[in-house]
Design a protein around this ligand. Sequence first.
Ligand code: C2E
Ligand code: MG
Ligand code: MG
Ligand code: MG
Length: 283
Amino acid sequence: VAKDAGKRTYRVFSSEMVDKAAEQVWLDSNLRKALVATDQLSLYYQPKICLKTGVVRSVEALVRWDSPERGRLSPMQFIPYAEESGLIVPLGKWVMQTAAKQAAQWQAQGLDIRIAVNLSARQLCDSTIVQDFADALRQAGLIRCLIDLELTESCLIDETLAHALILQFRTMGAQVHLDDFGTGYSSLSKLARLPLDSIKLDQSFISSINEDLTSQAVVRSMVAVAQQLNIQVVAEGVEVEDQADFLKSIDVDSAQGYLYAKPMPVKEFEDWLTNRKKLRLVA
Ligand code: C2E
Ligand code: MG
Ligand code: MG
Ligand code: MG
């Protein structure tokens, strides 16, 4: 029996390793292909809503990949691999270029909307990141920079580098946001030293604010610190009205989440926005 169990354990462990290796080989060749003929890639847009006015001035761009073989893959299924392999650099360029073109198109339609793109730590380490960002803006013919950046706490590990890059992006007219705030290891003093426009409170805090007083206290104090430092606060993953009410009561600036809208393809977002404006006019 012991021998059987041993064998079984061995087999499971080994097949997991084989699976992971096979998955990496699949991802590598297929993501490379997707980056050449980029019709498999698309950006979805999720609005950020001003809690005081209800106005939408910006959206977050979230990448989607439709593989002919496997169908829709979520970013969690391929971003970590793209980071490991370095493919996040060309993928990130495609995201910046596509978002910049979209912003230019909205601008031409008279829609004043900023688009935030997510950056991985690996992209910040790439020596051409600032140039790539500038190129994307220029190629799209954006007169005013309408592209913002969402960094995670792992982007701030090399603080000197992060500081210099944030300043350069801001000089170019981008706003810089700190994503998933509260889940990493940055200290509050680091937050005070970096020239950030906003923090995005991670959805893990938001999901529990109405069930437990501890999360309320944690959210309250993170918001208080940001306010002291003149940094805007965005709440992510807002799903129900009660959460929005609490966030409003403590003067959180804006919110994002399924309560308002899921990430949507361009056309669907435009319809959503038109509809929302109509509703506000009749209200
Ligand atoms: P993130 O930047 O923190 O984005 C928020 C994620 O939460 C998105 O997942 C979004 O669809 C989801 N979300 C939004 N509202 C709600 C809500 O009310 N409830 C729940 N449960 N979820 C909500 P998504 O699109 O699957 O993206 C996951 C992560 O993948 C992103 O987290 C970001 O870290 C990464 N990612 C996505 N696109 C890119 C990209 O272009 N570049 C890089 N480097 N990373 C990206
Ligand atoms: Mg984000
Ligand atoms: Mg986030
Ligand atoms: Mg998050």
